[in-house]
Design a protein around this ligand. Structure first.
Ligand code: FDA
Length: 497
């Protein structure tokens, strides 16, 4: 409940004065005694680890319907000492979009969901509260030959996803989602409305990957679409330990990042109950998406990667937008599932990421696979995605480049941590790099109250941003010198007395 010491009433008064003209005020802010408060709060809590009775709850949730509501929320939070947490899709792996240890309110962009597709100019204005699924559906309902290179899971919010990069099955061909943003509408800590021109190229660079809840509220993004063929081919070949999974995975590492850019492949490792071997075993699922037909794909794989034994029956031809559902583990039609924000089950999740620069030796893979036989791995998965292609071109000039990105996710936190420490010798070092969109507070955090120094934040900042961290800090200091927008892992400002 509200602590008496906190000027909660003042905050509400401030908001009601500023939003009072709106007839929809009851649909714009929800306090804890509003009967809809819990359902609005829970609507996009994707990680059940952060919806327990002891999880700190916001003093209010504001679901703006107009830009002026966003400006008012910033103004009143700032003046009455509430921390603001912006939420779009609620997929933040550490829940920082809806949990804070200090008094806070949530700005939930659930009503900012418009997707305006312009096929003639091959661009879309998409609002931050839309999901990737709503974006993909919007594109596919207008054209079969344009797509957008963003993440696989269709319930991710555009706001957080584009703020942190965005990698998916078109990544080897086209790079990250953030590479295809050409304009944005941002509200800064002073309530100013900025676009690419008025914010300038430095800030425009920073909001495309430098993290959410850091530079301001991004209300909408203008993105450039990319060509896709009307028919793509997807495949899955599952191999368990008894079927040589270790050896085939080992071989895959030498091949996957050099395959043509039109072919994306990944390996998903998990425990399965195999009827063939009559017990639990570990499965490596080799999955791919090819921007072309099956008759072209099979000879290509047979030539480059015969060990996989890819056959026609492993493959399915479909549209690009259906391939999103396929990778999400959903039926590929009706494609309207893309509009369903609750199509995927929610669970308690911890995630970590790594970048692999050199192939893991077979013995290393063996040990890694064996860890999945442990009981705590019952609800765990490692997804290893091959890079190369466009991903090599856009990375910093540094050799050797990343050949894979591995993300570990599971319900048992200690097991995930042990897996991560096992992997230490096989992945990038000094720093051990991580991907910002799979936030991991184990890497280090800002101080909950008070100033966080550059040195302290560098501990986690360099892992996510490497040499770009310094520039991000400088831009942050310019646009938000009071550090109004912040969370446990937001780029900090430099303090000057
Ligand atoms: P959420 O609303 O929780 O926001 C995340 C962060 O961004 C928070 O700090 C929030 O305050 C801030 N933020 C949100 N909206 C903002 C806005 N409009 N302006 C400024 N800041 C804002 N990633 C990937 O690259 N490829 C993938 O395939 C997947 N798949 C995937 C599957 C599942 C099940 C999960 C849980 C996560 C992923 N991700 C992913 C990671 C995902 O990209 C990442 O968690 C995004 O930040 C989620 O964005 P949301 O808007 O949903 O999150």
């Amino acid at each position: 409940g509200a602590t008496l010491a906190h000027p909660y009433g003042d905050f509400l008064h401030c908001l009601s004065l500023r939003i009072s003209n709106s007839s929809a005020i009851s649909k714009v802010f929800y306090t804890q005694n509003n009967p809809s408060y819990s359902s609005v709060l829970n609507a996009s809590i994707q990680n059940t680890r952060f919806s327990t009775p002891t999880t700190p709850k916001p003093y209010a949730i504001i679901t703006p319907r107009k830009t002026s509501h966003v400006q008012s929320t910033i103004y009143c939070s700032k003046n009455h000492g509430f921390q603001l947490r912006i939420r779009s899709g609620g997929h933040d792996v550490e829940g920082v979009s809806y949990v804070s240890q200090v008094p806070f309110v949530i700005l939930d962009l659930v009503n900012f969901r418009a997707v305006k597709v312009d096929t003639k100019n091959e661009v879309v204005w998409v609002q931050s509260g839309a999901t990737t699924g709503e974006l993909y559906y919007g594109i596919a309902s207008k054209t079969q030959t344009l797509g957008f290179p963003a993440g696989i899971c269709h319930t991710i919010g555009i706001g957080g996803h584009l703020s942190g990069g965005g990698f998916g099955i078109l990544g080897r061909k086209y790079g990250l989602a953030a590479d295809h943003i050409i304009d944005a509408k941002l509200i800064d800590a002073n309530g100013r409305i900025l676009n690419r021109k008025s914010m300038g190229e430095d800030l425009f660079w920073a909001i495309r990957g430098g993290g959410g809840n850091t530079f301001g509220v991004v209300l909408a993004w203008k993105i450039k679409l990319v060509p896709v063929p009307p028919v793509v081919t997807v495949f899955t070949v599952n191999k368990n330990l008894e079927q040589n999974a270790t050896k085939i995975f080992h071989r895959w590492q030498y091949i996957a990042h050099k395959l043509p850019n039109d072919l994306f492949t990944a390996v998903w490792i998990m425990k399965v109950n195999s009827s063939q071997v009559g017990k639990k075993t570990v499965q490596a699922g080799f999955r791919g998406m090819f921007l072309g037909g099956v008759d072209e794909l099979i000879p290509l794989i047979q030539h480059e990667f015969p060990e996989l034994g890819l056959a026609k029956e492993n493959c399915t031809q479909m549209s690009w937008v259906q391939s999103i559902l396929y990778f999400g583990g959903l039926p590929i039609q009706p494609v309207e599932i893309l509009l369903n924000r609750n199509a995927l089950p929610r669970s308690s999740l911890k995630a970590k990421t790594d970048f692999v620069k050199e192939p893991m030796p077979e013995t290393g893979i063996e040990g890694f696979m064996n860890m999945f036989l442990e009981e705590e791995a019952d609800f765990a998965i490692t997804m290893i995605e091959a890079f190369g292609g466009k991903m090599d071109e856009i990375q910093e000039n540094e050799l050797p480049t990343h050949i894979e990105q591995a993300s570990y996710a599971g319900t048992y936190i200690n097991w995930i941590r042990r897996l991560y420490s096992y992997m230490a010798s096989y992945v990038s070092k000094s720093p051990r790099e991580a991907y910002y969109n799979y936030k991991d507070l184990d890497l280090g955090t800002n101080n909950v109250n008070g100033y966080t120094s550059y040195e302290q934040a560098s501990v986690w900042g360099l892992k996510y941003f490497k040499n770009n961290f310094k520039r991000l800090v400088q831009i942050k200091t310019m646009i938000d010198p009071m550090n109004f927008f912040r969370n446990e892992q937001s780029v900090p400002h430099l303090w000057s007395p």
